[in-house]
Design a protein. Sequence first.
Length: 259
Amino acid sequence: MDLGIRGKRALVCASSKGLGLGCAEALAQAGVDLLMNARGTEALEASAQDIRDRFGVRVDTLACDVTDEGARAELIERAKGVDILVTNAGGPPPGVWSDWDREDFIKAIDANMLTPIALMKALLPQMMDAGWGRVVNITSQSVKAPIAALGLSNSARAGLTGYVAGTSRQVAGKGVTINNLLPGIHATDRAISLDTGVAQAQGISMDEARDQRAATIPTGRYGTRQEFGATCAFLCSQHAGFIVGQNILLDGGATNMTI
């Protein structure tokens, strides 16, 4: 399917690896030029060059911590004129309710709620002026069904979801859509981190921890970044202009609910 976005330009955050990279690859395959961002220069440049080589699109990079106000301002300046924004940031560490103090919540909210809001606030006006734009926020399945060990993530991402619910309906009339992708467990570094925690807590091997988690997913496996990226690219396409303010689960059926 031709997504109809060849020649568009996208900012994809945290895109040197994992789900962000999957989104960048899928957009590049559709002919979208990229501004890729991540904290680590080496991994970012390697991923950017690989995408240039495979898809022949223009790829610019900026290695910085997007949660830092100064770095974010530079990224926003570089992103002027983008048609597509994909926000993404690593989730806060797992734990239990008694582990977290106010400072922990502030850090989580800053990274997983206020940073994507700041990017949207900065870049939405130009999309609205152009009469076309796409925003996809990578959040978490936990906004549908909270995960006890991820209380910091539950809280911050739920706040972002509420913001998008209202904002998306205010900008849709200008040709701009905002939607959220809610990943379950995918084969990324985040899964390795979570599985490591389970393995250590239960005194089992990593393979056992991974098999144990995969058994809770109806598909019996973890998702891939390629599957995730393809969904992101569709939401950014010309065909998705009537999808507004939605929270789309990509979790292999793991979140057990009727609606």
